[in-house]
Design a binder for this molecule. Structure first.
Ligand SMILES: C[S@@+](CC[C@H](N)C(=O)[O-])C[C@H]1O[C@@H](n2cnc3c(N)ncnc32)[C@H](O)[C@@H]1O
Length: 259
């Protein structure tokens, strides 16, 4: 059975540009490039960042998503380097002013080791003082406790056909903090063949600052929505901006050695 990420045109039909785009674009203007977007999907954010004039690399584990991203970038004449890769294991051999992981994509890393591995690699790919910016969902305990709970998304495509997607919570494991979700799609009232179940990690608000500190990133800001609203227990999102140390570990070790 295909996953949602084997079907990029379905993904694009249901996951349309949202308020995260102006948020990350504004932040990118403050750092400049080069920018690395992990789990970039079909380039929903990567391409606008490149069109803003930044040097951008987009990495995603799904070949169909990257192929669709390349086609969209060519069509809009955006210059982006797209790479098929795993955000837990990448080594691009260069550093970036900013790394972005948008749209709750870190939640695909359901095991603790994977999250540690990914954040460590991000820290190693940042220039001194560089930024990591990402958003994850702010889990709602009431929703997680209700299997069968469903969230809907819909969109009218440019050809006027109507696509809708519903995401149902099948199970939640409160020990692993992992949700199992079933997506169902319809186009013009016709059911689209099912896609594989999706497993997503729920990150609770006290976890992320600790995880960032463990890889040497300093929390610079946490917002509750993409207009920069204060983070509260009821916020829909947890949006983090974290900074790498201004001196690299190697140069600060050298500085200590020479004193
Ligand atoms: C919710 S989509 C977000 C895509 C894009 N950031 C956006 O805003 O539209 C999640 C993306 O994460 C990618 N992904 C999942 N696990 C991954 C991994 N281990 N390494 C890299 N990409 C991964 C999927 O292929 C998918 O494109």
């Amino acid at each position: 059975m295909p996953t949602l990420y084997d079907l990029p045109s379905l993904y694009d039909a249901v996951v349309t540009p949202g308020p995260c785009e102006p948020f990350y674009r504004r932040l990118a203007c403050s750092t400049g490039g080069p920018i690395l977007e992990l789990a970039c999907g079909t380039g929903r954010l990567t391409i606008p960042l490149a069109l803003d004039g930044h040097e951008v690399v987009g990495l995603d584990a799904s070949y169909p998503m990257i192929r669709a991203a390349r086609a969209k970038a060519d069509k809009s004449r955006a210059k982006v380097e797209f790479v098929v890769g795993d955000m837990r294991r990448f080594d691009l051999g260069r550093s970036f002013s900013m790394v972005i992981v948008s749209c709750n994509s870190l939640a695909h890393l359901t095991a603790n080791e994977d999250i540690v591995e990914c954040l460590s690699r991000i820290a190693r790919h940042l220039v001194p003082g560089g930024l990591l910016a990402f958003d994850v969902v702010n889990p709602n305990m009431r929703d997680l406790a209700q299997c069968g709970n469903t969230a809907e998304r819909s969109n009218t495509k440019p050809d006027r056909s109507f696509v809708s997607g519903s995401k149902e919570l099948i199970a939640y494991d409160p020990v692993q903090q992992v949700q199992i979700l079933k997506w169902r799609f319809e186009e013009l009232g016709r059911k689209i063949p099912p896609v594989a179940l999706m497993r997503l990690r729920a990150f609770f608000p006290q976890e992320m600052p600790l995880r960032l500190a463990l890889v040497g990133l300093e929390l610079a800001a946490r917002y509750g929505d993409f207009s920069g609203g204060h983070f509260t227990g009821c916020s829909p999102n947890q949006i983090y901006v974290a900074r790498a140390a201004r001196t690299s570990r190697i140069s600060s070790l050298n500085a200590h050695a020479s004193t």
